[in-house]
Design a protein around this ligand. Structure first.
Ligand code: CU
Length: 126
C-alpha cells in the first residue's frame, strides 16, 4: 500500500468517525408519558427522526401497552411493548421512516401516533 493511499484511508476513517459522532449527538431520546386520562399518551402525536430512541414511561397505577396497530390486524407489526407495569417503561432503539399509529390493548380508547421522518435536507450551497 502506498503512503498516499494509506493517508487517504486514514482521512476516510476519521471522517467516518466524526459522522457517527455527530449522528448520535443529533438524536436525543424522545420521551412519551402514559396518562390515565386523555390524551393518554403525552404527546399523543410525536414526530421523531429515523433511528432516534423513543421511550414511553408509565407513571400511572395501571398496566398499559404500547402496541403498533399493525400487530393486531393489517400488519406488519413494528413494535409491541406487552404489559408495561406501573412505574415501568418501554423503550425502542429507533424506527425506520413511516407513520406508526399505536394503542393500548388493555384500554383501546388509548391511542397515539408516532411519525418518523428524515430531517429536512441541508440547504444547498450552489
Ligand atoms: Cu392502557
Amino acid at each position: 500500500m502506498s503512503v498516499r493511499l494509506r493517508y487517504t484511508v486514514l482521512v476516510f476513517v476519521l471522517f467516518l468517525g466524526l459522522g457517527i459522532g455527530f449522528g448520535s449527538a443529533a438524536l436525543p431520546p424522545v420521551q412519551i408519558t402514559i396518562e390515565s386520562s386523555s390524551p393518554y399518551y403525552l404527546p399523543a402525536s410525536a414526530t421523531v427522526s429515523p433511528g432516534a430512541p423513543i421511550q414511553w414511561d408509565n407513571p400511572t397505577a395501571s398496566y398499559h401497552t404500547v402496541t403498533h396497530d399493525g400487530c393486531e390486524a393489517e400488519g406488519p407489526c413494528a413494535f409491541d411493548s406487552g404489559s408495561v407495569a406501573p412505574n415501568g417503561s418501554f423503550a425502542l432503539p429507533g424506527l425506520p421512516p413511516g407513520r406508526y399509529p399505536y394503542h393500548c390493548t388493555l384500554h383501546p380508547i388509548m391511542r397515539g401516533v408516532l411519525t418518523v421522518v428524515d430531517p429536512a435536507p441541508l440547504p444547498s450551497s450552489t
